[in-house]
Write a protein that binds this ligand. Structure first.
Ligand code: NAG
Ligand code: NAG
Ligand code: NAG
Ligand code: NAG
Ligand code: NAG
Length: 737
């Protein structure tokens, strides 16, 4: 251990000593939280981060903004909250404006009945809006839990304002809205009829698939035949040309398993179904269901579906349904989620395949080949079905084959609750899938799938300061935003904020299809339509090497290492500098260099990404923080450091690069954390400095006399540890250089 006696004046020693001491008192730097398996979001924004400014709509006295409906023209967002329905104007940028609002409380009689049935008058006996759909050009149709007594009504619109609900137009809504606000449900309008899937009784033990409204007969599932397990929980309904698909999960009956096994399903019913005449009267005659399988090799299946959407993209010949799943099992105390894609073609072909049949004697499900009945039972053929076909349908509602999905994203430690998808065209002319995924802890992930690759996460935005689940997501393409409903209001989240990517490298590495580098303005910007080919983006590789190669280049420095700007730091000798390095990408690794060399040894240290440097003789020069991402390294920030005593002429290689003079503060330990961290380390640091000065004034005398004395000085200083200082600072293992 070399003691720093040689060639050091007392001030350098003091500086060096303070520096070492400072290192001791630094709070432990919080490295990024442990990420589970699966892609890591490249950038994370905490709630209220100015780089991702979100607009927030809320209304005093209202809560549970659970149901969202976008008007056909895309300019109005209808919102079903607890006991009220709102119309929001979302045409202008910024915060959605309230157009108008109509109350729709459960009646007092229903509320008291509800409380009488031992439901909570504080949390449950209200009208939670569950169904909000566009019925025709002049009317919406809405249903709510109505204090455990579901009710529905038409709501007239006038210039997309809601007209008040007259009480005599409120009808019973059993089978359309759940009784219990915590029960899942789904509903969709198709060809003027409402298809809904929910619980049909107060106890929540009788699920139903129901068709109401419109000209066709009202049809439902047969409860006695057990087409649905008593705990079926519906998450989505998607109309196709001939059929309506329902997505749900329930207890699996066809597998023997030592514990209750949940299973995800897709069911179909034909739009032209009119029910049976003698058999299956007022019941579906085309109800079929199949297993949905979302799994990765050597992993437990993701067996619980949470939400599903169809990508509304008519350019595709094989439309895909995207669904989020979680697993019923926790592995290592955390849940995992997956997103799988299912092609409608595959779903269709499973429904045209073999059936399963329950052997009544053994209670086992066996495969049943094809029935000798034409037209095939369950197909959407016109005309009345024969009794034989209907009898067959009563018992053959489960398909033999599962519908196997393609996993696009598998991530542990996160529970996705909702998703919205769209495609975005990149500069390469390709269309890229963009998924917005809401989590159970209130954050939003933007995931992108390019080509055949699996998904990567462009960003994570924590929406709420306190974790709570995302209740609903609604994409508003013309507004370029996603609306997120939760207990306290509505967030408007713009698709992207490209200006957070400050360099071409960062912009290209982000691989956000909505953002590209505009070489003219030298900014990362939202890609306009029509696309400007001169802008830079590389969705496939995310390789800035070629994308950012144009423009003026240094003679001796390649485009890789040429800084965009040099921050010039002119500091007092022997002061301690903190050179920050913004670590914007969680996918990059960062390191510092001094000149052309790696980071010099003492007296420097990297703390929480920043370089802490004691400015001594010869310590000046070029300091660069490098990011290495996707096999590409580039300087994130470059400092030219020199002391006020001996200004150092700029390296000629760096000539021509814009420079910016920086105030050089003495280290601001933890100062950057002033916003977030409750504890400031400044007072602490000053206390230590004063104590130290006292100790040193004695010690220095000894030190200046002989190098041996320094040893004693060190002993004394280590004695500082016994002074009454913060107990959680560990002073052991201290070394003076
Ligand atoms: C976008 O990011 C820039 C740079 O961080 C910031 O100044 C701006 O306020 C952000 N805008 C929005 C709408 O988030
Ligand atoms: C709920 O019922 C209790 C007892 O009946 C009553 O004291 C309380 O005020 C009621 N709360 C509300 C919100 O109505
Ligand atoms: C829309 O439906 C409502 C309710 O059935 C009806 O009163 C109204 O006339 C319909 N409007 C149009 C334009 O068809
Ligand atoms: C998709 O449908 C819309 C309206 O239904 C139409 O305007 C558009 O041209 C269609 N796009 C393609 C690629 O077919
Ligand atoms: C670490 O750096 C980040 C960003 O530069 C800052 O927000 C955070 O407060 C710093 N943490 C500590 C403990 O200084």
């Amino acid at each position: 251990m070399a003691l720093p006696a040689l060639g050091l004046d007392s001030w350098s020693f003091l500086g060096l000593f303070l520096f070492q001491l400072l290192l001791l008192f630094l709070p432990p730097a919080t490295t990024a939280g442990r990420e589970g398996q699966g892609p890591t979001p490249r950038v994370k924004y905490h709630a209220g981060d100015g780089r991702r400014a979100l607009s927030f709509f809320h209304q005093k006295g209202l809560q549970d903004f659970d149901t969202l409906l976008l008007s056909d023209d895309g300019g109005t967002l209808y919102v079903g909250a607890r006991e009220a329905i709102l119309a929001l104007n979302i045409e202008d940028p910024g915060v959605p404006r309230l157009k108008n609002m109509i109350p729709w409380p459960a009646s007092d009689r229903k509320k008291s009945e509800c409380a009488f049935k031992r439901k909570s008058n504080e949390t449950q006996c209200f009208n939670f809006i569950r169904v909000l759909v566009s019925f025709n050009s002049t009317h919406l149709y809405a249903c709510g839990t109505f204090a455990f007594s579901p009710a529905c009504t038409f709501i007239e619109l006038q210039d997309s304002r809601l007209l008040p609900i007259s009480e005599d137009r409120v009808v019973e809504g059993k089978g359309q809205s759940p009784f219990d606000p915590t029960h899942k449900h789904t509903a969709v309008m198709a060809d003027g009829m409402l298809y809904s899937g929910t619980m049909n009784n107060f106890l929540g033990s009788e699920p139903i698939l129901l068709r109401t409204l419109g000209s066709q007969p009202v049809l439902k599932t047969d409860n006695f035949l057990r087409w649905l397990q008593p705990d079926a929980s519906f998450v989505a309904a998607i109309p196709s040309t001939q059929v309506v698909y329902f997505f749900f999960e329930e207890t699996a009956s066809e597998f023997e398993f030592f514990e209750k096994l949940r299973i995800s399903r897709v069911a179909q019913v034909c739009k032209n179904d009119v029910g049976g005449e003698k058999l299956l009267q007022k019941k579906w005659t085309t109800f079929l269901k199949a297993q949905l399988l979302c799994t990765q090799p050597e992993q437990l299946p993701f067996n619980v579906i949470r939400h599903a959407v169809l990508l509304a993209d008519n350019s595709s010949t094989d439309p895909q349904v995207y669904a989020v799943f979680t697993s019923q099992w926790h592995v290592g105390g955390t849940r995992s989620s997956a997103v799988c894609a299912f092609s409608l073609k595959d779903i269709k072909s499973v429904f045209e395949g073999k059936y399963k049949e329950l052997d009544k004697e053994t209670s086992r499900w066996t495969t049943y080949e094809y029935p000798d009945i034409s037209p095939r039972p369950g197909s959407c053929s016109k005309g009345p079905s024969s009794d034989k076909a209907l009898t067959f349908m009563k018992d053959h509602f489960l398909m033999d084959e599962p519908v196997v999905g393609t996993p696009l994203l598998v991530k542990s430690g996160v529970e996705y609750t909702w998703l919205a998808v769209e495609t975005a065209q990149g500069i390469d002319g390709q269309s890229h899938l963009v998924m917005y995924l809401g989590t159970s802890t209130g954050s939003l992930h933007k995931a992108v799938v390019s080509g055949d690759h699996s998904a990567y996460l462009v960003e994570e935005i924590q929406l709420f300061p306190d974790p709570e689940p995302v209740r609903n997501l609604q994409l508003a393409p013309t507004q370029g935003a996603v609306f997120v409903g939760f207990s306290g209001g509505i967030w408007k989240v713009p698709r992207a904020n490209c200006s957070v990517y400050e360099s071409c490298m960062d912009c290209v590495l982000a691989r956000d299809p909505h953002c590209a580098w505009d070489p003219e303005s030298q900014t990362c910007r939202l890609l306009p339509t029509p696309i400007l080919k001169s802008w830079k983006q590389d969705m496939q590789q995310g390789n800035p090497e070629w994308a950012c190669a144009s423009g003026p280049m240094g003679r001796s420095l390649g485009p890789r290492s040429r800084p965009q700007i040099i921050k010039e730091v002119l500091a007092v000798p022997n002061s301690i500098l903190e050179l920050p390095c913004p670590q914007s990408s969680a996918l990059a690794s960062y390191h510092w260099s001094h000149g052309v060399e790696a980071i010099p040894e003492a007296p420097t240290t990297v703390y929480n990404g920043s370089l802490l440097l004691l400015l001594r003789d010869g310590a000046g020069g070029l300091y660069q923080c490098w990011a290495t991402e996707n096999d590409f390294s580039y300087p994130v920030v470059s400092y030219w450091v020199h002391s006020q005593d001996q200004p150092l002429a700029l390296d000629p290689k760096l000539a021509g690069i814009p420079r910016e003079r920086m105030e050089a503060p003495l280290t601001r330990v933890g100062g950057g954390a002033a916003l977030a961290a409750p504890k400031s380390y400044w007072p602490h640091f000053l206390t230590v400095t004063v104590l130290l000065a006292l100790v040193l004034s004695g010690a220095l005398v000894t030190f200046l006399v002989s190098p041996l004395g320094a040893l004693r000085a060190r002993g004394k200083v280590q004695g500082c540890g016994t002074l009454d200082m913060d107990a959680d600072n560990n002073l052991q293992g201290t070394e003076v250089a």
